[in-house]
Design a protein around this ligand. Sequence first.
Ligand code: WQD
Length: 338
Amino acid sequence: MAQILLTGGAGYIGSHTYVALREAGHEVTIFDNFANSDPGVIDRLARLTGSEVDLVQGSVLDRAALAGVFAAKAFDGVIHFAARKAVGESVRAPLDYFETNIGGLLTLTQAMKAAGVWRIVFSSTATVYGAPAVFPIPETAPLSHTSPYAFTKLTCEQILDQAAVADPFVVGILRYFNPVGAHPSGLIGEDPRGIPDNLMPYLAKVALGELPELSVFGDDYDTPDGTCWRDYIHVADLARAHVLSMDALLGDRGHNLNIGTGNPVSVLEMHAAYEAAVGRPLACRMAERRAGDVPRLYADPTRAREELGFEAEHDLSEMCESSWNWVQAQARGWRFNS
Ligand code: WQD
């Protein structure tokens, strides 16, 4: 059992990782300012885990708040989720992304150093691969940033690499591909504000009748059905990867790994899978390409299997069924969920 701090632990990936860590027997504290998450998730986490949630409300930019967190408890490690993560928004407001994502990591690691807490799992992203040329994508693929968001994640990876030279930081970097789905209870899941940018939450809104149809952003790509390939991974698998990553750090084994399934899925295949989960057709139309999209993005998951013993277990239908279950439960206000 270890004491783990989750920054951004009230968010989509963070809340699922909270449950997985508690089920693995760890003590967990959530540090979150609810800038992009619903405070109501805390009560639902308590229902899910059967115990009160240790929560400190605050920002990773607040040095004093972080000093207080580390003074209150002897943490064995940190999983750092707290960041801004919308590619399009980062293009419109790059300085906000640099401040929160890079500034937040610097404030956090300074507070960790002052407290002698050296293990950190960092939430990175496959978009650090830019427009890859080799598939499936290995961790050794060239890195580049195609948006201010990707720039912040790549910069943070490099900051952590350098920090570990000067100080005894033990670093686990996880490059997420496309997280989707929800906890089977329907009590936690992806909860984007406004009209979703991402494919699965957009399909969910169409299935709920809140949006009229899916626009497929381009059907003339170099893929079998002309629509982009992505490596969708169930958030429950991704959460389990974080538990394995922290376990490796507790054994002083750092790493930088792809977390994906290795199985590419096209937009039209995802649309069909979601229709199957819902049990009826979902309107969709072909539309123009979306700026910045790359035709293919899917992982070589070999190293995560070799270094963490991690392999994704949930298939595409489970991803869609769990998402559909979540959005229906959310619409009901979770009145019938245990
Ligand atoms: C997937 C595919 C779209 C919506 C982004 C970020 C990435 C990560 C995950 C943070 C693409 C197509 C989508 C729609 C569509 N976020 N699509 N109609 O762009 O692969 O990754 O989210 O870590 O950093 O870049 O995910 O779900 O937005 O798009 O046709 O209404 O679905 O063109 O091909 P993406 P996505």
